[in-house]
Design a protein around this ligand. Structure first.
Ligand code: PSU
Ligand code: MN
Length: 309
């Protein structure tokens, strides 16, 4: 498997120096935000991680390789290629074998991070159980990945485009702990409180790290969701985002949007319907997650004891 990996010089140097590395996904760049804000966000997030003492590794599939760490031109390429493929677990062999350009989702980024020995991954929001999944069967592959792959995922919760209650039930069934930061409530991406509680609250990076390490030392494979609420100043009004989400969901239904196109369609409609205000919130929360994720990676490195295999 290692023959598919290609490390950037920065990440390769971090690995040999034993510096903490934080993985970042690329679907958020290609399918989650418009250009040029997507590329600017990616660069700023990387810098936040460096400033906090860790090394960023944005992951994408380029020229038949899983690239762990991207050069600025490669971030630009992903941000300006609307035909980049959205790659989840199912799509990884296809995009590698056909040497296409691939942007990795949370699920695929977790797989690649584990291959590269990276334990902490920062993103905006994870996929989950879609509303109406009882008839559509639309449940993100991100959840199965969290059930099996040993990577901690720092996010701002899940969007209310999803059924948040069912997403948490699914995670519970598969033994995926949901940890919240700074509050007991599980956040809902654009807003700080989903109305559901996280399983556990750990405010400091050391507590989060020792919880995660204990899970893996017990041989309990799978991820941990570290849910970090959007900073208060950037949170959206619940009523507004609920109204707009309902409208976007109705439009997706009317247009017959299905499969992997659903989440990108909803994200882009929500951005349009909020005249771009949702984008500012999205960028702010990813940056905050980058800080929390970098601190977590530093704490994981500093913990005594076993590392997961
Ligand atoms: N949720 C967001 N922003 C995103 C995504 C989800 O708030 O960019 C992306 C992530 O890459 C996630 C993917 O892994 O969408 C989930 O897609 P799906 O629902 O098709 O599994
Ligand atoms: Mn889906």
């Amino acid at each position: 498997m290692q023959q598919f990996l290609k490390f950037s010089p920065e990440v390769a140097a971090a690995r040999s120096a034993g510096k903490p590395v934080v993985a970042l996904e690329s679907t958020i760049i290609s399918h989650g935000m418009p250009y040029p804000q997507n590329v600017q966000m990616a660069q700023e997030v990387e810098q936040i991680i460096r400033d906090a003492g860790a090394v960023p590794a944005t992951i994408a599939i380029i020229d038949g390789k899983i690239c762990i760490g991207l050069a600025p031109e490669q971030l630009e390429l992903l941000g300006t290629s609307p035909d980049a493929m959205k790659v989840s677990r199912r799509d990884l062999p296809f995009v590698l074998a056909t040497r296409r350009l691939g942007a990795t989702t949370v699920a695929a980024t977790m797989i690649c991070a584990q291959l590269a020995g990276i334990e902490v991954f920062v993103t905006g929001g994870i996929g989950g159980v879609h509303r109406g999944a009882e008839t559509s069967f639309d449940i993100s592959a991100d959840l199965q990945e969290l059930a099996r792959t040993d990577v901690a995922v720092v996010c701002a919760g899940v969007k209310s485009i999803l059924d948040i209650g069912l997403t948490l039930e699914y995670l519970e069934t598969y033994g995926v702990p949901v940890v919240s930061v700074g509050q007991q409530a599980f956040p809902a991406f654009f807003t700080r409180d989903s109305g559901f509680a996280a399983d556990f609250q750990f405010d400091s990076a050391i507590e989060q790290a020792s919880f995660i390490q204990t899970k893996w030392q017990l041989g309990l494979h799978g991820g941990v969701v570290v849910a970090n609420p959007v900073p208060e100043a950037f949170a959206m009004q619940k009523e507004e985002i609920d109204r707009i989400t309902d409208q976007a969901l109705m439009e997706a239904d009317q247009r017959g949007v299905t499969g992997k196109a659903v989440t990108p369609f909803l994200l882009s409609r929500i951005k349009e319907l909020t005249q771009g205000r949702s984008l500012a919130t999205n960028i702010a929360l990813v940056k905050h997650n980058a800080l929390v994720g970098a601190q977590l990676a530093v704490a994981m490195r500093d913990l005594p004891g076993l590392k997961p295999l």
